[in-house]
Design a protein around this ligand. Structure first.
Ligand code: SF4
Length: 125
């Protein structure tokens, strides 16, 4: 039987990879070779740590949970229109000099737009 920390890590990776679809708790534990009791304990722990979200779901007449990642892995599409990619100042842009990302209006505007459409979360590291 895998160690609990290994299982937590594998469970989190698995849930992260399911994206917006999520995964039924029972399917996850079946894939990881864990017992449902141990699986439930781990999913509650991951939820309490703010890493996943559990939503109750009726499946084949039984209540279970679908697990979703709280954060999605970044995709290339999410940064395709970032102003830095086509910026002529990019080669000399540096946090310790001018221009810098900390004081760039174009980057700030882009980040604010992205935060409004839910693509990025500002101030959440
Ligand atoms: S932070 Fe601003 S100045 Fe720096 S590369 Fe990005 S767009 Fe250009």
């Amino acid at each position: 039987m895998p160690k609990r920390n290994d299982l937590e890590h594998k469970a989190l990776q698995f849930v992260m990879n399911t994206g917006y679809t999520g995964v039924l708790q029972s399917d996850l534990w079946r894939n990881l070779g864990a017992s449902s009791r141990e699986g439930s304990r781990i999913s509650i722990k991951l939820e309490n740590r703010g890493l996943i979200r559990r939503e109750k779901e009726l499946c084949d007449g039984r209540w279970t949970y679908r697990l979703f990642p709280k954060r999605m892995p970044a995709s290339i599409d999410s940064i395709a229109d970032c102003p830095c990619l086509m910026c002529i100042d990019n080669p000399r842009c540096d946090p310790s000099s001018t221009p810098s990302p900390q004081h760039c209006e174009r980057l700030t505007e882009w980040l604010l737009l992205k935060s409004q459409d839910g693509t990025v979360t500002i101030g959440d590291s």
